[in-house]
Design a protein around this ligand. Structure first.
Ligand code: CMP
Length: 128
């Protein structure tokens, strides 16, 4: 998972981690950093060619991000349920994005969409 700049700027790091821990996710690795444009573009390489990519990269480098590694049985699916739909206007009641996110771009958190992508995204931020 990554806590995105809109959430770090608005001081929601603690609230998001509290939501994760209450849902029985274990935080096993965590960092805080600012991405470069090249890194953000590489991280979101699957979205190459999408109309929102340039704005997304600009947003992701606009402030600090908090990538973390989470453990739980069924973590990918359970985390996606907990954060809600990409667009907070469509996110279910009680989800992190419905509660905190501003719009489809400034949607507060990123979560891996499969175990395979989780492995790739963990390796992106954590060398060990
Ligand atoms: P994320 O789950 O990190 O995956 C890609 C990101 O692109 C998404 O969250 C949003 O922050 C951003 N984004 C901006 N516009 C769109 C859009 N129309 N559809 C999907 N993602 C978008």
């Amino acid at each position: 998972m990554i806590i995105k700049p809109d959430a770090t700027d608005r001081r929601f790091i603690g609230r998001i981690i509290d939501r994760l821990e209450k849902a029985r996710f274990q935080v096993v690795q965590m960092r805080m950093l600012r991405l470069t444009s090249a890194e953000a573009r590489r991280f979101y390489a699957v979205h190459e060619g999408k109309p929102f990519l340039d704005d997304l990269v600009e947003f992701m480098v606009s402030g600090r991000v908090v990538p973390m590694v989470l453990e739980k049985e069924n973590a990918v699916a359970d985390l996606r349920d907990l954060i809600g739909a990409t667009d907070p206007a469509r996110a279910a009641c009680g989800t992190i994005r419905q509660e905190i996110a501003l719009d489809v771009q400034r949607n507060s958190v990123h979560a891996s969409d499969s175990d395979e992508n989780a492995a790739i995204e963990i390796a992106f931020f954590f060398s060990d």
